[in-house]
Write a protein that binds this ligand. Structure first.
Ligand code: PLP
Length: 397
């Protein structure tokens, strides 16, 4: 299926469906008549084979108490092997209702109040709120932006901050939301070896792992340096971004180290006592097994890439001083409007003039990112054209 047919078949008007992105603008914006490009989900229907897998489960199986279905575990292991060339062992797998809950439980299980938790900023804002809600102390370590708008790490600064702030946990994000960077094995080996040297536990949030649209392949933190750091990490993922199933509550939490896994599971048992979510398991098994699901995903990635290329081409020809970071992973474009719009005017320009609801830069690390927006490109090219032309019309070169 080509991208035009994909959009024709799967794009859906979500207004009136209680979608947070489309119906929840009042939660974050000053008006509700905006084109929403904020919340990170897709405006495409879930692949039909997954709709059928869910319906079929409900039609054929009573929704009574269950145990984890081994087919689900095999499907996850198979996906990591075939799509990411990463070998998992079945007993490493545990779970959470979603990735952020898994991160919160890990914070609870492995750190104490006031412990320092490091992130590379700018980064997904829920890392900060999960940390501060748990009365831990967030330590943002700013990445450097190169002249071609890529983000890199100053490893000396990373290490000295870890030492000075006595950091206990590092939350890594790969691919990185919001900057779209896909971390190479060499970069991760540097970060993780510093963590290892200073006894810093690693959480690797790999929820965007399947959304690779640039030349750098995704590599799981688990397989960096042939698994040399796997004993010191907790890896999280789910189908929610890849197959647009964020409202099904189940995430994989992968912990190779027996002691850490047992510590996590003990904490989990204190706060959460329930069986597996059978509908999520049925959907995940199908998503990771059916070739039609992977074909859907790959075509969605082509749509997203086309949207990104359109956006870059049109915006940069009208506003050449915009700084757009290379979107190698995720479906989120990270753009600095600082050459054209003052930080204090960003909300007015985007909400009242362009009539777009973006994710504002300050949500990813505070005022230093106030001239940035993150735009969600997992929508129709038509919506991206509307947004692009509106930006060009309302922002003076
Ligand atoms: C990096 C990252 N982690 C976690 C989440 C949220 O995942 P979940 O809904 O599974 O908690 C998001 C959603 O945007 C994300 O971008």
């Amino acid at each position: 299926m080509n991208t035009t047919n994909f959009t024709k078949t799967y794009y859906i008007n979500r207004r009136g469906t209680h979608s947070r992105k489309w119906d929840g603008e009042h939660l974050k914006f000053s008006r509700t008549d905006l084109l929403p490009l904020w919340v990170a989900d897709m405006d495409f229907m879930t692949p039909p084979c997954l709709q059928e897998a869910i319906a079929n489960y409900v039609k054929t199986t009573p929704l009574g108490y269950t145990m984890t279905n081994p087919n689900y575990l095999d499907a996850v292991i198979n996906w990591y092997k075939c799509r990411h060339n990463c070998n998992l062992s079945k007993d490493w797998l545990t779970s959470a209702p979603n990735v952020i809950t898994g991160i919160m439980w890990s914070i609870g299980a492995f750190t104490k109040p006031n412990d320092a938790i490091a992130v590379l900023s700018p980064v997904y804002g829920a890392f900060d709120t999960s940390t501060s809600d748990a009365q831990r102390h967030i330590v943002p370590i700013a990445m450097r932006r190169t002249t071609d708008n890529r983000y890199t790490v100053d490893y000396d600064a990373f290490e000295s901050t870890i030492i000075q702030q006595d950091v206990k946990l590092f939350i890594h994000c790969n691919p990185h939301n919001p900057v779209g960077h896909v971390w190479t094995e060499a970069e991760m080996a540097q970060l993780f070896s510093i963590c290892k040297r200073h006894d810093v536990l690693i959480i690797s949030d790999e929820i965007h792992q399947d959304l690779i649209t640039g030349p750098i392949p995704f590599r799981s933190a688990l397989s960096v340096s042939n698994g040399a750091y796997a004993d010191n990490m907790i890896t999280m993922s789910s189908v929610s971004k890849s197959f647009n199933m964020a409202s099904l509550h189940h995430a994989e939490v992968i912990i190779p180290n027996d002691e850490l896994r047992s510590q996590y599971n003990t904490y989990k048992a204190l706060v959460y006592h329930t069986d597996s979510d059978v509908i999520a398991e049925a959907a995940i098994t199908a998503a990771y097994t059916y070739p039609e699901a992977e074909t859907w995903l790959n075509t969605a990635l082509t749509v997203i890439r086309e949207n990104y290329e359109y956006l870059c081409r049109e915006l940069l020809s009208a506003l050449p001083k915009l700084r757009i970071s290379p979107m190698n992973g995720t479906y989120l474009a990270w753009i600095d409007f600082g050459a054209y719009v003052m930080a204090d005017d960003m909300h007015d320009v985007f909400e009242n003039q362009c009539r777009i609801a973006p994710s504002f830069g300050e949500w990813f690390g505070g005022e230093s990112y106030a001239t940035f927006v993150r735009l969600n490109l997992a929508t129709s090219l038509t919506n991206i054209k509307v947004a692009t032309h509106s930006i060009i019309e309302h922002i003076q070169p």
